[in-house]
Design a protein around this ligand. Sequence first.
Ligand code: FES
Length: 148
Amino acid sequence: MSAINRRRALTGSAAVALGVPVLAACGGGSSGSTAVDPATSDGSSSPAGGGSSGDALASAADVPVGGCFVVSSAKIVVTQPTEGDFKAFSAVCTHQGCLVETSSDGDIPCPCHGSTFSLDDGSPLSGPASAPLAAVEITVDGGSITRA
Ligand code: FES
């Protein structure tokens, strides 16, 4: 009788263990208003962020035409001003260092104080930021975008 109870107990434990949901990582997306080191946000230094040459940044399908996609982990924003034309910039706002946001509204917006930047060249379109986002070299191969 106790063997049956033990088996039931084990079966019950296994069911509980199998019932634990697997947490999936959230892929990419907006970074919100996360501030980063302002020392790297003056636009005069190399682009902020981690990663190195050859690192996969995004799928081309992630980047809306006429919009941008922020790769938070690399602090890079990839834009597609016109279909099939991809560019990338530091995602660190040159005003006070917030990360810009993913958008499909024709510019690169910063959520902190409302600056917007050009999808084409990272130049500021509206303040308070007055310096451009630093360009980042990328390679587009098929549907994959990597750092050059
Ligand atoms: S930090 Fe981007 S507008 Fe101020």
